[in-house]
Design a protein around this ligand. Structure first.
Ligand SMILES: NC(=O)c1ccc[n+]([C@@H]2O[C@H](COP(=O)([O-])OP(=O)(O)OC[C@H]3O[C@@H](n4cnc5c(N)ncnc54)[C@H](O)[C@@H]3O)[C@@H](O)[C@H]2O)c1
Length: 347
């Protein structure tokens, strides 16, 4: 490609400003962020000024029509992802869409269908896959060092981390709470390390014991009066290949840690705790703990955005495989369905 990649941003809020725009702009000369759209025009203009972006739009459709874009980042509330991603692909763009893919599995399926029909990259914002700890464990698994991964645990619990900004506690706009927001990162990372097996049976439970009343807000003051999502989700997923995954996440729970992630994989030849990283093996009649003396902190958002750019420039598949986004969305929907009905969901 001779000209610069022309990037547009839809949604000029927190993640666009902290992760997407700076990491397009630090890629170098091959890429230029040429426009930003936000349904609140002032926000679009403010963002354009802050990042020296030449065009600001109120209506993202006008941006798609007028700016001759090659790719867009979608950084809006979850309920808008599907419509905006499909419109962007239909206008000829590749798409990096923030997680979750959508608020329903039927929307995620439509997005996957559009990407395949139109031959576009559709990558999701699963940046934890780009964490050095996850990449290291993936390399060990891919080299067969852990054998068959048959069990995993994925948790992200916060003591009082209900987001106080945006619309994270609004079910209509987000599709849910902690499960679809922070929980999805650990779910995706575990599934990624397990090789994304096909789910068979899903059992989920959700709670809203803390979010509906006022309290100490370690991520800002949340709107407890209009809190319509779950503040805790727990579940178990059994897969068709016999593997199983235990899941738990919370925006708020009465636990010791302010914010704690647990990601464990267990194989028949070895296993790992990913955060912090230690791997477990048995060799020559000896049980071993393998802890790297140094793990680079990395910059997962940067690596994710640069991977998206390079996938376009080199015409290669993105690692946030579109179909895996659909699968994780189906699992999330089944966890919510199981929580609502009190019954396990057969997939
Ligand atoms: N990968 C991560 O670590 C991570 C972190 C935070 C948020 N996110 C995801 O990013 C998305 C946005 O989250 P955020 O924290 O940036 O929220 P935010 O509220 O800070 O920003 C959202 C922006 O979208 C704008 N917007 C709302 N509806 C719109 C529409 N229909 N068209 C155009 N613009 C619209 C809002 O005005 C706001 O500027 C969510 O999907 C969230 O799940 C991902």
């Amino acid at each position: 490609m001779n000209r610069k990649l022309r990037i547009g941003i839809i949604g000029a809020g927190g993640i666009a400003r902290s992760a997407h725009i700076p990491n397009y702009q630090n890629y170098g000369d091959a890429v230029e962020v040429v426009a930003v759209a936000n349904h609140n025009k002032e926000k679009a203009e403010d963002c354009a000024r802050e990042f020296s972006i030449s065009h600001a739009y109120e209506d993202y459709q006008d941006m798609l029509r007028e700016m001759d874009l090659d790719a867009v980042s979608i950084c809006t509330p979850n309920a808008f992802h599907a419509e905006q991603a499909i419109a962007a692909m239909e206008s000829g763009c590749h798409v990096l869409c923030e997680k979750p893919p959508a608020i329903s599995s039927s929307d995620a399926e439509k997005m996957e269908e559009a990407a395949s029909r139109l031959g576009k990259h559709l990558m999701y914002g699963f940046h934890f896959r780009f964490r050095p700890e996850v990449e290291t464990v993936k390399r060990f698994i891919d080299e067969g060092e852990m054998g068959e991964i048959y069990a995993a645990e994925a948790k992200w619990n916060r003591r009082r981390g209900i987001p106080g900004w945006g619309v994270f506690t609004n079910k209509e706009l987000q599709g849910g709470g902690t499960l679809i927001d922070n929980g999805i990162h650990m779910l995706d990372s575990a599934l990624y390390l397990m090789g994304y097996p096909e789910p068979k049976t899903v059992l989920g439970v959700t709670y809203d014991k803390i979010g509906k009343r006022p309290g100490v807000g370690l991520l800002g003051e949340w709107d407890h009066e209009n809190f319509s999502v779950e503040d805790m989700a727990r579940g178990m997923i059994a897969f068709q290949n016999g593997a199983s995954l235990l899941f738990e996440s919370s925006f708020a729970a009465n636990i010791a840690d302010k914010d704690a992630r647990v990601l464990k994989v267990m194989g028949d030849q070895g296993g790992a705790d990913v955060f912090p990283l230690t791997m477990y093996q048995e060799k020559h009649d000896t049980l071993l703990d393998l802890t790297p003396p140094y793990v680079d902190k990395g910059n997962a958002h940067k690596d994710m955005v640069h991977h998206f750019i390079e996938s376009i420039l080199m015409g290669q598949k993105t690692s946030g495989h579109t179909h895996q986004g659909t699968l994780v969305q189906r699992i999330i929907e089944a966890l919510y369905e199981s929580a609502a009905t009190g019954k396990a969901v057969e997939m």
